[in-house]
Design a protein. Structure first.
Length: 403
């Protein structure tokens, strides 16, 4: 865990330095309307909300309007504003998944000057996952396919994980076994239109890996697009997505024989700049709230463990003739308490993320994971269970390898 955290921090430091260099290059390249983000991508559970922000700058200063395109549950702090010369304006973007069906929603925030002589499109991706996720997916488009020509194809590597099995590792948790999972593949443009979609059912035993290819017609418009996969199993909905581009001509390497020393230097600089942008772009898309994602996976395993413990108590009390209605009500209350505690952890982590305190985020995640699932204590003992019976039950669990 410590090694993983150090690697993430090192990668983020490298990306931060590279981003500052690229930003200085772009600023010196010429004036124009700019935003502080390459895209806004948010992953929420059902009935959850979150606020993100971005800034807008312009060396000229004009009246601007903002509009959310195609994505529901998104509100802007303002839709019209006057930007003075060299002024920076921060825009808050509120995301609320209440009442919205689990799935992926793709669109943009369009920024335009009032006289329409200047415009910019900020890609917008909203992923809404189910509260309890049993299967999650990871979609990865290799750098070689992050930009293709019209008529070309994009190949994505897709992994599907049984989160109840510890992400496919042998940690003493068997998971759900061999089951069928429904996958939905889609390609969106930034106006929310689905350009292509496919469905298939695959068999997953802890994890599965497949490749998916999408081909595009010659007449497709150039621009940015989003590929997504949705993994469904019963009420569980897990989502992963990534952006790619279609451009008129992907740069190929010219013959070295026709390059003089001056043009060679220019070509090398352009190539290094392009590769650097691709690396940064791909890394930002893949770095999807890593710590929060790890914590949610831990929460899924923790919740499953405590439910199994409570279910074992229910069976024992049923044999003793206890009032099952009262017992079931108490079980629901204890599950609710655990979910509230887990939600509090996630909120704490988000506050630390917003303040940029990565070291404290890492420390808190390590601290929560070291606590284990807590089945050794009496916190989740039902009222009608005697301490003796509870200790006997937990003893049998410990012999099976639970902490």
């Amino acid at each position: 865990m410590d090694k993983l955290i150090k690697n993430r921090m090192m990668k983020k430091s490298v990306c931060l330095v590279f981003a500052l260099v690229m930003l200085s290059f772009l600023v010196s390249a010429g004036p124009g309307l700019e935003v502080s983000s390459l895209l806004l991508k948010v992953s929420l559970e059902e009935d959850e909300s979150l606020t993100r922000s971005f800034s807008v700058t312009s060396p000229d200063g004009k009246d601007y309007s903002l509009e959310v395109v195609a994505v529901p549950g998104v509100e802007l702090s303002e839709h019209n504003f006057v930007l003075n010369k060299d002024e920076k304006r921060t825009i808050d973007v509120s995301f609320d998944s209440s009442g919205i069906e689990a799935g992926i929603y793709v669109g943009s925030i369009d920024i335009k000057s009032m006289n329409l002589d200047e415009s910019l499109r900020l890609p917008l991706i909203l992923e809404i996952e189910s509260e309890d996720i049993f299967f999650d997916a990871n979609l990865d488009i290799p750098p070689a396919y992050s930009e293709v020509e019209p008529g070309g194809r994009v190949i994505a590597q897709i992994k599907v994980f049984d989160l109840t099995s510890g992400g496919g590792t042998s940690e003493g948790v068997n998971g759900l076994g061999t089951v069928s999972v429904d996958l939905e593949y889609s390609v969106f443009d930034l106006e929310g239109n689905v350009l292509s979609s496919e469905n298939e059912r695959i068999v997953v035993d802890k994890q599965a890996q497949i490749s998916k290819t999408f081909s595009f017609p010659e007449e497709i418009d150039e621009g940015d697009y989003v590929m997504a996969v949705v993994a469904r199993y019963g009420s569980s909905v897990g989502i992963s997505s990534q952006m790619f581009s279609i451009s008129g001509k992907v740069m190929s390497s010219p013959s070295l024989g026709v390059l003089n020393s001056s043009s060679s230097l220019v070509f090398v600089l352009i190539l290094a700049f392009t590769l650097g942008i691709v690396f940064l772009f791909v890394y930002i898309l893949r770095d999807r709230d890593k710590f929060i994602g790890d914590l949610r996976r831990y929460h899924s395993r923790e919740l499953k463990m405590q439910r199994e413990l409570l279910t074992a108590q229910v069976r024992m009390l049923r044999r003793k003739g206890s009032d099952e209605k009262i017992v079931r009500k108490e079980v629901a209350e204890k599950v609710k308490v655990l979910k509230n505690e887990q939600k509090s952890r996630v909120n704490e982590l988000r506050k630390l993320k917003k303040s940029g305190n990565v070291k404290e985020m890492a420390r808190r995640v390590r601290e929560w994971e070291k606590r284990g699932y807590g089945v050794g204590g009496l916190k989740y003992k039902l009222k009608e269970m005697s301490v003796k019976d509870m200790r006997k039950l937990m003893g049998s669990w410990k012999r099976e390898g639970y902490n």
